[in-house]
Design a protein around this ligand. Sequence first.
Ligand code: FPP
Length: 240
Amino acid sequence: MDKKDILLPQHVAIIMDGNGRWAKQRGLKRTEGHKVGAEVFRTISKYCADIGIKYVTFYAFSTENWKRSKAEVTAIMNLLRRYLDEMKERVLENEEAGIHISFIGSREGMPKDIVKLMDEVECRSSDKTKTYVNLAVNYGGRAEIVKSVKEIAERVKKGEINPEDIDEDMISDGIYTANQPDPDLIIRPSGEYRLSNFLLWQSAYAELYIDDVLWPDYTPEDLDRAIEEYSKRNRRFGGV
Ligand code: FPP
């Protein structure tokens, strides 16, 4: 397919899956897979900015991932801490790439120093507009909908709105990705066919693309393939 015929999705969302299996195949600890996975996250975010994808959301840590061993949770938090720390050093690099970073998910229960770093990194990149990268950390799709519904219920309680006024836009306004378009394409590497509580509200009309490649092996060429396939799909949004 000629590059000029490719229809770029506006918003791509990626479930970074397969780190553990990748490490196991090599006789390494699972945390080694996460380490390489974090590097791939950086490469793919930059690549998305290079090719002009406006929004990219990566699933890094779910509200359910706390159930993993203490050692694995600590290792993922340390990777996140290091990435955030380095990001402050790499302001220039990110400025060149024009990447705006947001963290989606609950800050409650997260280590306080990481929350502080997240706020700093968000603040430093807040004027960038080339590509919006959302990193989902302590994120759960159902919890996100509950959060939005609770905010609406508070407004009803205060008498600001009536239950009849509640509509889809109101729920969309209360979720973490408010003001961003819904994902057009959701990619899940490592061959699993499920959403795992990722962007449940936003994924209503997303195209799904499952890839066998494990996340630490994921390359820009793999993303190109997913986009090419997306480009051939006929999206009808419930119409004919
Ligand atoms: C899923 O693979 C991956 C995770 C639960 C963690 C993903 C975390 C990272 C890529 C690092 C986060 C840090 C930054 C800076 C983005 P899995 O462990 O479920 O793999 P498996 O299904 O093969 O066991």
